[in-house]
Design a binder for this molecule. Structure first.
Ligand SMILES: *[C@@H]1O[C@H](CO)[C@@H](O)[C@H](O)[C@H]1NC(C)=O
Ligand SMILES: *[C@@H]1O[C@H](CO)[C@@H](O)[C@H](O)[C@H]1NC(C)=O
Length: 293
């Protein structure tokens, strides 16, 4: 695993971490090389699929023209032996070619190239993603950066990078969630929601944001708001099984008035997952938070 979390650091303490930074920058440079190969493979693959689709379109065109001509005057068409011949040919040998083209898998060669790149070039892991996200969160905390400006790519009022999409913010929230950091999960999920509402081409599903928001809100001690968010999610997706289970749980907890603030007794947390699974054991065993969902 390489340390891409140092990416952000050079902006602020270039001198202190210089040698570490160079290692990280070299790593990132290598990642860009890998990415170039991926893009190249993807573009080649798209071209191959387009070629295949173009060919199929041409077949469809020819079939349509012939067919329309036949249906204009069916009787005289079928009376002509040449037409009879071409009709039968179209539906036998020609059609076999169409079928074989449809079933041709053009993806294999390109996937082979992609797999080669993943195995032989520098390729980031999920751990790297977690590390890079954690570095952003650390930066945010250290400099008390406001989530919205950071999402705009601004550090202390200076624009350093392009804006984050709703999906980028969502992923920062999800990574925080996986680290059991519900405070930052909330900040980034709210920012994701905010950005999503302005996005023309939506980059993430609102239901997923609400789900993380609700559970983190609950973990942060606000069970009433967690219930509101869950209800909102159920308005959008009435059949959402986990949300239904969580709603019942939150309502029961509110009624009992026995809800404990975070940090009290984690083992009391029981959120039904798919109706039956109990979260508690995951918390106790400190397994991946992702398992909860
Ligand atoms: C696979 O990668 C090699 C080397 O970059 C390239 O020459 C070849 O055209 C690629 N093949 C495909 C199917 O993209
Ligand atoms: C949204 O997607 C459409 C179709 O791909 C594209 O033409 C348009 O530019 C996109 N809009 C934005 C704001 O990215």
């Amino acid at each position: 695993m390489f340390r891409c979390h140092l990416l952000i650091v050079p902006l602020l303490f270039l001198s202190q971490v210089r040698c570490e930074v160079f290692t990280a920058l070299a790593d990132l440079q290598e990642l860009l090389n890998t990415e170039a190969v991926l893009i190249h493979s993807l573009e080649n693959y798209i071209r191959a699929e387009e070629l295949k689709i173009d060919l199929l379109k041409r077949y469809a065109d020819i079939y349509n023209k012939q067919h329309n001509k036949a249906t204009e005057d069916v009787e005289s068409y079928v009376a002509n032996p040449l037409n009879a011949y071409t009709l039968v040919k179209r539906m036998t040998t020609d059609w076999q070619e169409v079928e074989s083209l449809i079933t041709t898998d053009v993806s294999k060669d390109y996937m082979a190239n992609i797999s080669y790149a993943k195995e032989n070039m520098k390729f980031p892991t999920d751990e790297d993603l977690n590390g890079a996200a954690a570095a952003v969160i650390r930066l945010q905390d250290t400099y008390r950066l406001d989530t919205a400006s950071l999402a705009r790519g601004e550090l202390n009022g200076v624009k350093y990078s392009s804006e984050l999409t709703a999906a980028d913010c969502f992923e920062l929230g999800r990574q925080s969630y996986n680290n059991g950091d519900f405070y930052h999960t909330l900040l980034w999920m709210r920012e994701a929601d905010e950005r999503l509402s302005r996005e023309q081409n939506k980059t993430v599903d609102k239901g997923e944001i609400l789900e993380y928001l609700a559970f983190s809100t609950y973990k942060e001690g606000n069970i009433n708001l967690a219930l509101d968010l869950t209800n909102k999610l159920l308005e959008m997706v009435p059949t959402h099984e986990r949300a239904k289970g969580n709603k019942v749980y939150y309502e029961e907890e509110i009624q009992k008035g026995s809800y404990k603030k975070k940090g009290d007794d984690e083992t009391d947390d029981i959120i039904t997952n798919e109706g039956v699974t109990i979260v508690r054991k995951y918390i106790v065993l400190s397994l991946q938070w992702e398992t909860v969902w």
